[in-house]
Ligand binder design. Structure first.
Ligand SMILES: *Cc1c(COP(=O)(O)O)cnc(C)c1O
Length: 421
């Protein structure tokens, strides 16, 4: 849509923008498969800030003569996250990034600079950015197998660590995998590296908590699993996913001593810039600060509880309808059979992989949306599978035998007399 620049035509622009807003409202109401929270109307209150061109270039803790920045808010946000992940104010360093990917770029860079001969270990269900980064940084990468839940298989990690005992280990621990919402077990990872004979100065752990970094800390029944009290080096989240900032952003937190007292090459970065990108969004720290204040711990906890409850509801309804599905215990990603209809996938904006599709039950997803989706899905399945004459795919390999209800695996759970009765 090329701008019409012959003469200013406000009516034309207004009309296009109104139509576009209508389109966005429709798309947001059918947005189920991608991990963004589209409950964003509250940010309208910040619209006066659009009058200012804000840039937080450089280190968040260094003031500059350039006055149009929001570093005061940025440091406030960082302090909040540092507290959440249990690292003292004078011991951490961090910044508001452009998203989870930049956090990974920074965390893995620190790992590589601290342990230049290190091998990157990451599970096969890692976000694609991790594999891109390994390539960009020319790091040797060992891909670790996963369990049916999607979490890293630490026995495979052990085997691969033992083969490469002479080289340091940089380990990417995923806090909420992109597809199944699985949590890598950080305690088991640490125990595994230590059992394999790696001392603390020979391994570095980066936690990619893009999706679940703001879910796990608010689950009251779970002990705090991810914390700087354990030997982890860095942790990053996305601000536009669960938290629902209207523009991509994220937070990266690491140990200050890694930034301040690193080897020559990091000093080189530190003098130039401690962050990955130069100019940085000056609005996003204010948006983060705003939503953390508006919601507070209590509001976030309510969001988490609501989403977990709604995800369980969706899983229950799929199960009742005889559809293969899975939901990890502390996850909002409901995985089920991939619909064989591209229009349906597009309509509900589902993500899919192999035989699986998923819905990410974010705070904007209401029970009504889920009911509409279920109704549509169950009705269309009758057409796709000709009322039972054709069979939906077997998902045993993707989500485990116990979650699969295909003709072969479904019967095991439900004895025949039960069906006939
Ligand atoms: C989304 C995601 C990322 C990337 O985050 P962006 O904010 O999109 O850059 C990284 N890791 C995981 C596990 C993710 O789900």
């Amino acid at each position: 849509m090329e701008p019409n620049d012959e003469e200013p035509n406000y009516d034309y622009v207004t009309k296009i923008m109104t139509e576009f807003q209508q389109h966005l409202i429709e798309r947001a109401n059918h947005h189920l498969g991608y991990p963004g929270n589209h409950d964003c109307s509250r940010y309208m209150a910040l619209s006066p800030l659009l009058q200012f061109n804000l840039n937080n270039a450089g280190d968040a803790f260094k003031e500059s003569d350039h006055g149009l920045h929001s570093k005061k808010f940025e440091r406030g946000v960082l302090d909040w996250f540092a507290q959440l992940w249990e690292i003292e104010r004078d011991e951490y360093w961090g910044y508001v990034t452009s998203g989870g990917t930049e956090g990974n770029l920074h965390g893995l860079l620190l790992g590589r600079e601290l342990l230049p001969n290190g091998i990157l270990y990451t599970s096969k269900e890692s976000h694609y950015s991790i594999f891109q980064i390994a390539k960009m940084y020319r790091m040797d990468c060992e891909i670790i197998a996963t369990l049916a839940s999607g979490e890293m298989d630490c026995s495979d990690l052990r085997d691969k660590l033992l083969i490469n005992k002479n080289r340091s280990a940089i380990i990417n621990v995923i806090v909420g995998t992109s597809f199944k919402g699985a949590l890598d077990d950080v305690d088991l990872v640490i125990q595994t590296v230590e059992d394999c004979g790696f001392s603390e100065n020979r391994f570095y752990i980066h936690c990619d908590a893009a999706i679940s970094g703001l879910i796990v800390p608010f689950l009251s029944q779970v002990p705090k699993k991810y914390t700087f009290k354990k030997p982890i080096g860095s942790l990053s989240i996305s601000g536009h996913k669960f938290l629902g900032c209207p523009m991509p952003c994220g937070v990266q937190i690491t140990r200050k001593r890694y930034i301040g007292t690193l080897s020559k090459s990091i000093e080189y970065i530190a003098t130039l810039d401690t962050t990955i990108s130069g100019s940085r969004n000056g609005h996003s720290p204010i948006f983060l600060w705003y939503v953390l204040n508006i919601k507070g711990h209590k509001g976030l906890q309510q969001d988490v509880e609501k989403c977990i409850k709604n995800a369980r509801y969706l899983k229950y309804c799929l199960e009742e309808a005889g559809i293969s599905s899975m939901l990890n215990e502390m996850s909002i990603c409901v995985v089920f059979e991939r619909p064989p209809d591209q229009d349906f996938i597009h309509h509900w904006q589902l993500q899919y992989f192999k035989n699986m599709a998923h819905v990410v039950v974010m705070p904007h997803v209401t029970v009504e949306m889920l009911d509409n989706f279920l109704h549509d899905f169950i009705w269309k399945r009758k057409i796709w599978y000709r009322c039972g004459k054709l069979q939906p795919p077997c998902l045993a390999e993707d989500i485990g035998v116990s979650n699969c209800v295909c003709l072969v695996h479904g019967k095991k759970k439900e004895p025949l007399y039960h069906i006939n009765a």
